[in-house]
Ligand binder design. Sequence first.
Ligand code: DP6
Length: 326
Amino acid sequence: MKATAKAPANIALIKYWGKQDEKQRLPLNSSISMNLSHCYTISTVEFSSLYKKDQFQILGEKASVKEKERVIKHLDRIRKKSGISLKARVVTKNSFPKSSGLASSASGFAALTLAATKAAGLDLKEKELSILARLGSGSASRSIPDGFVEWKKGKTSKQSYAYSLYPPDYWDLRDLVTVVIDSLKKVSSTEAQRLVHQSSYFSARLKELSKRIQKIKQAFRTKDFPLLGKLIEEEAVSLHVVAMTSKPAIFYWNETTMRIIKAVQKWREQGLMVYFTIDAGPNVHLFCQAKDEREVLKKVKEISGVLDVITNKPARGGRLVSNHLF
Ligand code: DP6
C-alpha cells in the first residue's frame, strides 16, 4: 500500500481565476496550460495500520498547519473513494524551493492524487485523476495530462477535468521562470479568487475569454508564436487588473516584475521574440521559442532583482515512478 508519483507544475496561458463553486473547485472559466519540465513534485504515500495519524512532510521545508490540513482532507477523499480507513504517511519533495515563490499546489496535489490513489488500491483513468486532483487544488487538474492542456470548466464536478490538447513534443517552446526578490507576504490564490466579484473588471474579463480561448487554440493549431505571445500577455494583464481592482486590492507585481516587463517590450522592438505571463506572485514567466532560449536567458540574468532563472520545456503529465522517498 505504498506508491510514488512525479507531477509537473504548469504555467497557465489562459488563467483559472474565480470559482463557480468553492467546495468543488469548479472554475468560472476554462483554462489552458503547459506542463513544466523542471518544476515538479515527487510524492510517496503509504497507508498502514502502523500509522496512528496522518503524517505529512515536505523534504527541506517546513509544512504549515494549513498545508497539512489540506493534504489530510485530500487523503480523506481518497479513503472514502477506496473504502479504506488506514492512516497514511506522505513525504514530498519539490524540485523548486518554496522560498522561490513558485506555487507548488498544482504539482503537489497532482502527485499526491496519483500516489495516494495507487497506494489505496484504486486504478483510476486520467479523467478521474484530473477531477480528483482538481478537488485538492484547481490548477492540479491540469498537471495530470501530457504537454499542452485544457481544463474544461464544466457545470458539474464530473464535467470539470483537464485533457491533453497536444503532446509535449508538438511545439518546442520554452518557459524561463524568473525567480525575483520578494519580501511581501503573499495572498494565496485561493483567498484572492474569493474577491474576484468585487472587481468591476471581472465581468469584462469573462466576456473576453471565450474569444481569447478560441484564438489561442488557433495559435496552437497554426504554431503562430507572435499570436500566442500577444494573447498570453493580454491574458496575464487581465488577471492582474482584476486582482489590482479587487477589494482589498492585491498587487502581486513589484519593481523587478515591472523591470522585466519593460525589458521584454524593448527586446521585442529589437527583434527578439519573447513574451511574458505572470501568476499570483511577482515572478515573470518568459515565453520563447527554443532557438531564442540562450539569448533570453543571458539577457534576463542581467536584470537587477532576478535571483534565479529556471528553464522549462513542455513536459509530460504526472505519472507513477518506482523510487520511493522513504
Ligand atoms: C494564478 O489552483 O492555486 O496560478 O484551486 O484555490 O488551489 P486553488 O487555486 P490555484 O489557482 C491558480 C491560479 C493561477 C492561475 C492558473 O494556474 O490557472
